[in-house]
Design a protein around this ligand. Structure first.
Ligand SMILES: [Cu+2]
Length: 487
């Protein structure tokens, strides 16, 4: 049912505060039926499509960002409270899009409106309703790419991914946040390519709805270990705005919030490459028979104390990432090699939550340095986006110790560290740093490395049709650090 504008205004007026919003009747509690969120292609054939368009248009037209009835209010909620690269990434966003969906209902007056999802594993090209440049289309914003084929991976759904939360070995949340989450943000670019603007693009909510669906699908697999309802992981609550909170335990399952998805299955194959213009691939991870990128000639930095909690084992300076992929080799001095070896066999970070992940290296007694600094980090310090790259539209897969020869695709899993693009850099900047660090303790231990004389970091560029050319990212220093705690 779609209300006329007069009715809708009256309805909005009565429910426009965050408190009132939070106190709307809760679906799915007790006997209330579960609502089903639909994929966009189905959703757009329902009468609720008109309600959705109406709600987006009305919220964008409301310029009072203090009001939940405005679009910007929800951009600010995300900006001020979202955890990215942090625990509860999935659970926090589940509550966020739930409240946003309720607001769409309030504004449209359609109490049966659901937030649709974009299943890019089936339809990698963004729905045409979002790319139609006709004036007044509330779903259109300028973007760099609208085909996200290159940002997809089946890695989060591998049988080895049984743990859920960040910090554990092979954790689903960490994997899904990297690819497809970050990679989709980076590839689309424009508003989506920067954490401070991402929810301005209406496709943002369909992207996060799909991630929520993929989490739900993964959690239904019998081997998947989402913390149990009585686990302390679910203690406490999330904040979305002053007066708008949700207990963490409500976000554990979709049914706890009264909804389910039309498709509860994990993807098992990547979609065929749907051609939208020309798809360019530069040593992409799905491209077979690509070997490790060539090692660049770089100036090395010696080991040094970075702070009371961080020791550098060495690094390289002035790395410029452009259209090509490259590797950086960081030589290790003999004492660094020994300390690293000791950390990899004694660190509490090794094999967390995964008994099969223990290193195959021969155990050493913990040296004093290894006891003090039990975490190994890959640090990208002094990150800056080149002007032409600020709008995003590309990313790099970051690997550690890829074999010098052989197939990157086949060798990928034990070497993959994460993704790097405009979204990740803006996220780090938003957290007050122009630096990214990745905990690679468990990864190195799982590689079974012994007595390393160098560590090789590789950046494999992943392009799509609209990717910018030329210099993209400058990194002042790449170093391997030992630290007192995980990043
Ligand atoms: Cu996001």
């Amino acid at each position: 049912m779609i209300s006329g504008p007069f009715t809708r205004r009256a309805f909005v007026k009565g429910t426009a505060s965050a408190i009132a919003l939070a106190s709307l009747p809760r679906l799915g509690v007790g006997a209330t039926p579960t609502v089903i969120r639909l994929e966009w292609q189905t959703f757009k054939t329902t009468p609720h499509y008109a309600s959705y368009l109406n709600a987006v248009q009305t919220m964008k037209a409301n310029t009072n960002s203090a009001k939940p009835a405005s679009w910007q209010y929800w951009v600010n909620v995300h900006l001020n409270y979202c955890p990215h690269d942090l625990p509860y990434f999935l659970a926090w966003h589940r509550g966020y899009i739930y409240y946003f969906e309720q607001q769409l209902r309030t504004v449209s007056g359609d109490s049966a409106l659901i937030l649709p999802y974009w299943d890019y594993y089936t339809y990698p090209v963004m729905p045409s309703e979002f790319t139609d440049t006709a004036s007044g289309n509330p779903l259109y914003v300028s973007r760099v790419n609208t085909n996200v084929y290159q940002a997809l991976s089946l890695s989060p759904f591998a049988t080895s991914v049984t743990n859920f939360q960040r910090g554990l070995s092979n954790a689903f949340e960490t994997s899904l946040e990297n690819v497809p989450h970050d990679a989709v943000h980076d590839t689309i670019g424009g508003d989506m390519g920067d954490i401070t603007t991402a929810p301005i693009d209406p496709i943002f909510y369909l992207h996060h709805c799909n991630l929520d669906r993929l989490w739900n699908a993964w959690s239904l697999r019998s081997t998947s270990k989402v913390p149990a309802a009585n686990n302390s992981y679910w203690n406490g609550s999330f904040t979305y705005a002053s007066g708008l909170t949700m207990t963490k335990s409500r976000t554990r399952t979709t049914t706890g919030l009264g909804y389910d998805y039309a498709n509860d299955k994990m993807p098992t194959v990547l979609p065929p490459q749907t051609r939208e213009g020309r798809i360019i691939r530069v040593q992409g991870q799905t491209m077979p028979n690509q070997t490790r990128p060539a090692v660049a000639a770089l100036t090395t930095t010696p080991p040094r104390t970075v702070s009371s909690t961080r020791e550098s084992l060495g690094g390289v300076t002035s790395v410029s990432l452009g259209n090509n992929s490259l590797s950086a080799a960081i030589p290790l001095q003999a004492t660094s090699t020994n300390t690293l070896q000791s950390v990899l066999t004694t660190s509490p970070a090794v094999g967390l939550g995964n008994s099969s992940a223990a290193t195959t290296a021969s155990p050493l007694a913990a040296t004093p340095a290894a006891t003090k600094f039990p975490y190994v980090k890959l640090v990208l310090d002094g990150l800056a986006l080149a002007q032409a790259a600020k709008a995003g539209g590309f990313f790099y897969n970051v690997y550690i110790n890829l074999p010098a020869t052989g197939d990157v695709n086949a060798a990928e899993a034990p070497h993959f560290v994460g993704t790097l693009g405009s979204f990740e850099i803006s996220t780090a900047a938003h957290h007050g740093m122009n630096m990214m660090d990745y905990d690679v303790t468990d990864l190195l231990a799982q590689q079974g490395v012994t007595k390393l004389s160098q560590i090789v970091v590789s950046f494999v560029r992943v392009n799509s049709a609209g990717s910018p050319s030329g210099n993209a990212i400058a990194i002042q220093e790449i170093r391997i650090e030992l630290g007192t705690d995980a990043p």
